[in-house]
Ligand binder design. Structure first.
Ligand SMILES: C[S@@+](CC[C@H](N)C(=O)[O-])C[C@H]1O[C@@H](n2cnc3c(N)ncnc32)[C@H](O)[C@@H]1O
Ligand code: SF4
Ligand code: SF4
Length: 422
């Protein structure tokens, strides 16, 4: 039986001997808070949402194993970004299931804006997630609209009042759903001077009405390159006054350290920097290719790899057979436009593919696909040559600017490190 009291954020009494670790498996977000900047990572900096790397679910499992050896006082594994867990539900749920299976003594925890959570309430309870933090910065959409630039629900983006209303409605449904399933719920409220600081007590009252267990009023960390960059951080005296007033309605968390998305250690004895080699080692582990039998190809006529990723209208999907390779299917690419969302949609479309063969690719899609476990291979030449390298080993860079002959050695490929020709 898990002891749910061993969470250092929800129970200040145990923070001296119970630690937390964040698993950075959720890079995308579905809303834009005007204070959030996850772009720049200075490894010495402790601020919410930054991480030095993003892990896949199998890599996260490996990372937990390493960290528990180095720091057995970790009692909680949580997902707190760098984006939102439910803008990345596949990665989030797979990670939680893996950790629950492999490390049954760890408590499982999540921090979310709540927007994408409703379809997964039952699944979270089934997996045994015990603690959830929902960030609720306003219970009045007129205030919320000043905090959120946009809110994306599926393919639709809402701005202004419509976005704030939708987010608030989802958050209220989530709080009710979590409490109905007996999870322990914390609400994070970012205190933003001049925007919601006079409203925090209203948030506390509304959260108390919904059965929330604890409120964490977090001072704004003014981030460069955000709309709130010039709003000063609230003073500790102001924070203490707000917490005292809000404390009339709900227990307060007063020991939050505004952690990174890859934080690890006791709250007062952070070991994030010291244990970073474990994180990097796990991030460098070969991708798990089970469930990815195919390769997507950008080709005009089905013989040569000759399309830039961005111009592919239909991908050919190839797979191995007894003698060689054969075309399995054709699959439409997401329509042009939409920036990052287009590449995320593409990663979903190709989720059974281990690689994509194209003649060129931009930096952003390269990174998005790579993070989702799809290896971009930039090449010129016959499709068959690329498939040989992906499935049987070889150096993908040997395929650049070549029309004939695979070339390169047989000492394994980026997808099959150490594996030679078969
Ligand atoms: C990075 S978020 C990840 C989880 C989820 N996306 C969310 O917002 O709840 C973790 C927490 O950090 C908070 N946060 C992000 N940027 C912040 C900032 N500049 N100042 C204070 N808190 C911040 C979020 O509001 C959230 O409560
Ligand atoms: S929901 Fe979380 S990750 Fe997304 S923009 Fe807001 S703070 Fe950043
Ligand atoms: S940000 Fe605050 S609540 Fe979240 S893990 Fe760190 S100390 Fe705990």
């Amino acid at each position: 039986m898990l002891d749910i009291k061993r969470h250092p954020c929800f129970n200040v009494a145990v923070k001296g001997w119970c630690g937390r670790m964040h698993l950075p498996v959720a890079p995308r977000c579905n809303i834009m808070c005007n204070y959030c900047n996850r772009k720049y990572d200075c490894v010495n900096e402790s601020r919410p949402g930054v991480t030095s790397t993003v892990l896949t679910p199998p890599q996260a499992e490996d990372y937990v194993r390493q960290v528990l050896q180095a720091e057995p006082r970790i009692t909680v594994a949580g997902i707190a970004g760098p984006g939102d867990p439910f803008a990345n539900p596949r990665e989030t749920l797979e990670t939680l299931r893996r950790i629950r299976r492999q490390f049954p003594d760890l408590l499982l925890c999540l921090a979310t804006n709540g927007l994408g959570l409703p379809p997964f309430l039952d699944e979270l309870a089934d997996i045994g997630v015990s603690h959830v933090s929902v960030t609720v910065n306003a219970v009045d959409p007129e205030i919320g609209r000043q905090i959120y630039s946009w809110v994306r629900d599926g393919k639709v983006i809402y701005r202004g009042l419509a976005g704030a209303k939708l987010l608030l409605a989802r958050q209220m449904a989530v709080l009710e759903g979590l409490k109905a399933r007996n999870l322990v719920v914390k609400v994070n409220t970012i205190v933003i001077p001049g925007i919601n600081e006079a409203h925090v007590v209203e948030v506390a009252k509304a959260m108390a009405d919904r059965g929330v267990d604890i409120l964490n009023c977090m001072p704004l960390y003014p981030n460069a390159d955000t709309p709130f960059a010039d709003i000063p951080e609230p003073t500790s005296a102001r924070m203490a006054a707000i917490q005292a007033e809000a404390g009339k309605y709900l227990p307060q968390m007063r020991h939050c350290t505004r952690c990174r998305a890859d934080a690890v250690g006791l709250l007062d004895q952070d070991r994030t920097a010291e244990l970073r080699p474990c994180l990097s080692a796990s991030a460098g582990k070969a991708p798990d290719l089970s469930g990815r039998p195919y390769v997507a190809v950008g080709t005009l006529e089905g013989v040569l790899v000759n399309q830039h990723l961005g111009e592919v209208g239909r991908f050919q999907i190839w797979g191995p057979d007894g003698q060689g390779f054969h075309l399995i299917a054709e699959r439409p690419a997401p329509p042009p436009g939409g920036g990052l969302q287009r590449w995320q949609a593409l990663a979903e479309t190709l989720q059974d593919c281990r690689a994509v063969l194209v003649s060129a690719i931009g930096d952003t899609p390269r990174e998005v696909l790579r993070q989702q476990g799809i290896m971009p291979v930039v090449m010129q030449g016959f499709i068959d040559q690329g498939l040989q390298v992906v499935y049987r080993g070889g150096d993908p860079s040997s395929l650049k600017n070549r029309r004939r002959g695979v070339g390169g050695g047989c000492s394994g490929s980026a997808l099959n490190p150490g594996g030679g020709c078969m």
